[in-house]
Each structure stands twice: as C-alpha cells, then as structure tokens.
Design a protein around this ligand. Structure first.
Ligand SMILES: Nc1ncnc2c1ncn2[C@@H]1O[C@H](COP(=O)(O)OP(=O)(O)OP(=O)(O)O)[C@@H](O)[C@H]1O
Ligand SMILES: [Mg+2]
Length: 221
C-alpha cells in the first residue's frame, strides 16, 4: 500500500545542513501494523511527517496506492490527507478554544460533512475512546490521558486507511495505554486499519506486526 523510496530530508540551519533522513526505503502492506523505535533525534517524527504528507522530502518519494503523494498539488494533498490519513501528533495539538466534540468534528467539517453529520461521527468515536462524558470539555479541562484520547478520536473520525501515531501513549499511564491499544486492535480487526506508530514502549512495540529501528536517519527492519 505504501512504498517509501530513497527518501531523504535535510534541514538548512545557520550552522549548515542537517541530514536527518538518509535514503530510506520502506514497504508497508495494507493492514500491517508497524512500530518505529529509535533514540531521541533519530528522525522518527520527521519520517512520520513525510509519510503523512505534512512536509516535503529533500529527495525521494512516498507512494500511496502507487501514487507519488508529493506530485499532488497542495489542494489535492490536503484532500488526500483528510480522506486517507489519521495523524496523532507527538504533542496532541488540540485547539484550546474548542470542546472535545468540536475538535473531533473538525476533520469532518473540513471534508464538508454537515454539522449534524460531523457531530454524530465525532460523538461515536469519542464514545469508542471512553469520553462520551467529556464531550463539552475544552482541552484545558481534560487530563493528559483524556487529551491524548481526544487526539486519537480526531485522527480516526474520518475512518482513515492509515493511522500515523507519534508516541500516542507517551504521556499515559499503563491503564489508558491499554484502552487505546484495545481500540487500535479493534479498528485493525474491523477495518483492516494500517498503523505506523512511533513508540518508546516495549509493550506497544511488541503488539505490532513488525518493528523497524531508526538509527541516525537510517532504517533497519
Ligand atoms: N525544522 C528543523 N530544522 C533543523 N533541524 C531539525 C528540524 N526538525 C528536526 N530537526 C532535527 O532533526 C533530528 C530528528 O528530529 P525528529 O523530530 O525527527 O526526531 P525524533 O526521532 O522524533 O526524536 P524524539 O524521540 O525526541 O521525538 C533532530 O536532531 C532535530 O534537531
Ligand atoms: Mg519525535
């Protein structure tokens, strides 16, 4: 489903060029669950941003169903991302002025669902992550684990084919991690959801089908 080919990413800084991803290749099958592990600064978040089309590579390609996503126009890429990819950021990036329900409705509204429809979709997935009693809370009125679950719900509200999760359980106690892992298991079983998760947790990594190691901008399976 996804093919990463000769993917490189450099950043230019005042102190010169930083080579973060070096000629990466990776194949991901539909329904596969992959854990990306590696030291801080190895390039995991940079890779996730490229897989999700949130940033552009310095060279190389990401093919999604045989289409090079970086050949899309900005508008096409936005639409593709909205339809096909759910993204959970390392820092949850919820909108502070909006309630949990409104945050989760956002991707549906962007895809031009009606308000009523978006509300129903958001309520359903928030219920699935155990937050039906917190719909009207703003992020500041939620615990850290609850905020993470809202971010997870937002990433899943459009029923994406691919979930990219950057340390979704990083700040959570083990009980809440179990709840999110159980939800991911269910979505994988029910919808054949493809998952790429960055994690420092041995427990999360071993629940996936495959672990890839990132070391200094290189990948090893
Ligand atoms: N915009 C940028 N400009 C310059 N350097 C950057 C930029 N973004 C990331 N880097 C550098 O690229 C390297 C990889 O960053 P990245 O965020 O991908 O690491 P990571 O593996 O996700 O680390 P962590 O586990 O701490 O989240 C880091 O050394 C970082 O300083
Ligand atoms: Mg990171």
């Amino acid at each position: 489903m996804i093919a990463v080919r000769a993917l490189s990413k450099n950043f230019n800084t005042d102190r010169g060029r930083v080579e973060v991803l070096k000629d990466l290749n990776l194949d991901i099958s539909a329904g596969e669950r992959i854990a990306v592990v590696g030291a801080s600064g190895a390039g995991k978040t940079t890779l996730m941003h490229l897989l999700g089309g949130l940033d552009r590579p310095s060279s190389g390609s990401v093919f999604f169903a045989e289409k090079d996503i970086f050949l899309y126009s900005a508008q096409e890429l936005d639409a593709f991302r909205n339809r096909s990819i759910g993204f959970v950021f390392q820092f949850h990036q919820l909108l502070p002025e909006f309630t949990a329900l409104e945050n989760v409705m956002m991707p549906a509204l962007i895809s031009r669902s009606s308000k009523r429809e978006a509300e129903m979709m958001a309520e359903e997935i928030l219920t699935a992550v155990g937050l039906d009693h917190r719909l009207d809370h703003k992020p500041g009125q939620l615990s850290g684990g609850e905020q993470q679950r809202v971010a997870m719900a937002r990433s899943l509200v459009m029923s994406p084919k691919l979930l990219l999760a950057d340390e979704p359980t990083g700040n959570l106690d083990s009980g809440i991690s179990d709840e999110i892992l159980a939800l991911l298991d269910r979505l994988h079983a029910e919808r054949n959801l493809t998952i790429v998760v960055v994690t420092h947790s041995e427990k999360v990594a071993t629940r996936m089908d495959r672990i890839v190691h990132m070391t200094d901008g290189h990948l090893q399976s």
